[in-house]
Design a protein around this ligand. Structure first.
Ligand code: ZN
Ligand code: ZN
Length: 228
């Protein structure tokens, strides 16, 4: 098993989607590296410009935070100055005549987010390796005992799975996870209702994190559409 397989095995011990867990780490490392090296490196900045990249809104906020923590304000100013100059070039020039169609389309927006691009590459890699290791009995057993995958990654893992057997294994495991969560939620709701002696309404009950786990299981990353 390679190191990503090993990391996936470790991530299967967490109460969260293993792919999402690993992507959180990739995101963390991206900003750590970007502020430590990337942002001060002319070649990295040139590559970002030539790909027409920018940062999505959550990642722009994340970068502002990371620059604040690492004190790389000078490099951040240089980088954004270059990006602004390029974005200004996307605008139609001040001449006579009609504004050409598509003149306001920005190469920046089309190039996408530099951090998301890096994460998308890792995501495809992790999902492929995850689907591959599902044919390993030890790995698939760990998966069966785990939190399972989020909605997005179950769709991606199923489409990366080469065999019908692996697709069925994912469906079976995820059905079982959903059933367990549903039952846990039902039990929780019933216990609160019984304690409150009423059939509906908002009541304080004992602590249960089943609804939190359910929200995490149902969550989707970033752009709000499923890749699969
Ligand atoms: Zn996930
Ligand atoms: Zn992003």
């Amino acid at each position: 098993m390679d190191w990503i397989g090993g990391e996936l095995e470790l991530a299967l011990n967490k109460d969260d989607c293993p792919i999402c867990t690993m992507l959180d780490e990739v995101e963390e490392r991206f900003f750590f590296w970007f502020c430590l090296e990337g942002i001060g490196d002319g070649r990295t900045r040139d590559a970002l410009l030539s790909r027409g990249e920018t940062f999505c809104r959550p990642h722009a906020k994340r970068l502002i935070e990371a620059v604040g923590k690492t004190g790389r304000r000078f490099s951040a100013a240089l980088m954004t100055q270059e990006m602004i100059a390029h974005a200004a070039r996307d605008l139609p020039s001040d001449g006579g005549g009609k504004v050409p169609k598509g003149a306001f389309q920005s190469r920046r927006a089309e190039g996408g987010c530099a951090a998301c691009r890096s994460m998308d590459e890792s995501e495809a890699n992790f999902v492929g390796i995850f689907a591959h290791y599902l044919s390993d009995p030890h790995f698939s057993e760990l998966y069966g005992q785990s939190f399972g995958l989020c909605l997005e990654h179950r769709a991606m893992a199923a489409s990366a799975a080469r065999s019908g057997r692996t697709k069925k294994l994912i469906a079976q495991a995820e059905r079982e996870k959903m059933r367990q969560l549903y039952d846990e939620l039902e039990e929780y709701v019933a216990s609160i209702r019984a304690a409150a002696g009423a059939a509906s309404g908002e009541f304080e009950g004992a602590e249960s994190d089943a609804w939190k786990r359910a929200l995490m299981k149902l969550s989707i990353r970033g752009s709000g559409h499923l890749k699969g």
